[in-house]
Design a protein around this ligand. Structure first.
Ligand code: SF4
Ligand code: SF4
Length: 109
């Protein structure tokens, strides 16, 4: 996928600003971010919120599966099942769920 990155001050009339094209993620500049799969790193014990799925409200629309950034949601018979070894508790799945079939609750230790 082709990605664009704008270089220069936002909103300025800086003529030195230019657009750089990256053909693949391999062309991205080196940074502190890990390029490996998030599934190589377990969450550990720092998660404070945990998603809870209410199956009766789920319409199997796949939005949570699509937007989970980890990705740690597996669809089983049309119902999302969350792999808590990797879930970071970010709440995106609950935010995108139109029917509110996912709610975030405090992590139980
Ligand atoms: S976003 Fe909500 S309704 Fe859609 S699959 Fe996920 S839990 Fe079910
Ligand atoms: S809370 Fe975040 S990491 Fe966990 S399943 Fe939902 S979207 Fe994925």
């Amino acid at each position: 996928m082709r990605q664009k990155r704008r270089i220069g001050k936002s909103g300025s009339k800086n003529k030195a600003a230019k657009t750089v094209h990256f053909k693949t993620y391999k062309d991205l500049p080196f940074c502190a971010m890990s390029l490996s799969s998030t599934l190589t790193n377990k969450t550990g014990v720092w998660r404070t919120l945990t998603p809870v799925v209410k199956e009766v409200l789920c319409t199997s629309c796949l939005l949570c599966w699509k937007f989970c950034p980890e990705p740690c949601i597996i669809m089983v018979d049309g119902i999302p099942v969350i792999d808590f070894d990797y879930c970071k508790g970010c709440g995106i799945c609950a935010e995108v769920c139109v029917t509110k079939a996912i709610v975030m609750e405090e992590e139980k230790s």
